[in-house]
Design a protein around this ligand. Structure first.
Ligand code: SAH
Length: 351
């Protein structure tokens, strides 16, 4: 079976049957071979280094009603907040002082606030920290708003496609949300010059291995600079809150498979994964991920950014634990690269 891993590494692709075996096999030796091959490739491209991105959950106000998401419009159990410009700049300042060179502003989908508020805030961040990278994750916005955000100084945009299969997408989202529009947004973002991230939840309700293979194919074709994926974790106030969480192991295998397909991609070991992996905190890095996103949202608001249950229990995602994170990485033989960590196809930019 290990020939599947070798073929995937050599060809940077694999047929559907091979992918199915890699995703589903009970053979732990095969899974180990997959993870260590992916780690070797990661080391070849990036060295034993990880990049940190400061996550700033700037608002949980959302016009959307995604059936899995705790900040969906219909969740009335949630207190809504939007950080002020000064609060966001204070988060950036704290992150910069800890050596982090990428700020990620993520939030609910709020087109008006994005256009009126965030364009100005992105501009202010750009002026205050000309050498930082600014990443946005604000959902589907009009092309014109994306363009204004880009012009204001944003470099990267994360927009998970959520499901490559339009039917699965429809089952996970309310009427009115359109699969094609999400895909169109990804193309618009790329055209505007954003380094673009896509991805999906692993083990989402109704999702099968066939769907995951479709996701892999979409990512393989689009070739995003960043790939965001983590397990589905139920949130009790949502319509899908009683479905089981996705498997951490399947998530790890997907990190490895996608690393072998796209060796230069920036792949975060996500918060949702670490919320399931209490005792095995660097498993994502060992499987080929190379980015960690510590949470710099002020503690009070962080609790209200309740995408899924247990999110705040994830140790390595909190500001106060950065020294512990550094130490654990060092013990495992990794260091934190101090650069912005932009995507580069050939020689990775180390400074
Ligand atoms: N509004 C932005 C950001 C959404 S939150 C957007 O639409 O892109 C970021 C990601 O969290 C989502 O893309 C989704 O994949 C993930 N997410 C939401 N609810 C989740 C859940 N219950 N379990 C795991 N991941 C979840």
């Amino acid at each position: 079976m290990k020939h599947l891993v070798e073929a995937l590494r050599r060809n940077r692709s694999l047929d559907d049957d091979g992918l199915r075996t890699l995703l589903e096999s009970d053979d732990t030796a095969l899974a180990d071979a997959l993870h260590s091959s992916a780690r070797e490739v990661t080391d070849e491209v990036f060295g034993r280094q990880v990049w940190l991105r400061a996550l700033i959950e700037w608002s949980n106000v959302c016009r959307n009603d995604c059936l899995y998401c705790g900040i969906r419009r219909s969740n009335h159990a949630l207190v809504r907040y939007t950080l002020s410009r000064d609060e966001i700049l204070a988060c950036c300042d704290a992150a910069w002082n800890q050596g982090i060179r990428t700020f990620v502003l993520q939030g609910g989908e709020n087109p008006l606030a994005a256009a009126e508020l965030l364009v100005g805030i992105v501009g202010a961040i750009r002026v205050c920290w000309p050498h930082a990278a600014i990443t946005l994750s604000l959902g589907e916005l009009p092309a014109e708003t994306y363009a204004r955000l880009r012009q204001a100084g944003a470099d990267r945009y994360l927009l998970r496609h959520e499901a490559a299969d339009p039917q699965l997408y429809t089952r996970l989202h309310p009427a009115g949300m359109d699969w094609q529009n999400r895909i169109d947004c990804l193309h618009t973002l790329r055209r505007l010059g954003f380094q673009t991230g896509m991805g999906m939840m692993v083990g989402a309700p109704f999702q099968t291995t066939r769907h995951l293979i479709q996701d892999i194919r979409l990512i393989e074709t689009f070739r995003p600079e960043m790939i965001g994926l983590g397990p589905f974790v139920p949130q009790h106030d949502t319509p899908l809150g009683s479905y089981p969480a996705g498997r951490a192991e399947t998530t790890l295998r997907l990190y490895s498979i996608l690393r072998l397909m796209l060796p230069h991609a920036l792949i975060p070991s996500t918060t949702a994964l670490s919320s399931l992996l209490h005792g095995n905190r660097l498993a994502g890095i060992r499987a080929g991920a190379n980015v960690i996103m510590p949470d710099f949202t002020p503690a009070r608001e962080r609790a209200a950014y309740a995408l899924y249950d247990g999110k705040n229990a994830a140790w390595m995602e909190t500001t106060g634990n950065l020294s512990r994170l550094r130490q654990e990485l060092a013990e495992a033989g990794y260091s934190i690269n101090p650069s912005r960590g932009d995507y580069a196809e050939s020689v990775f930019l180390l400074s």
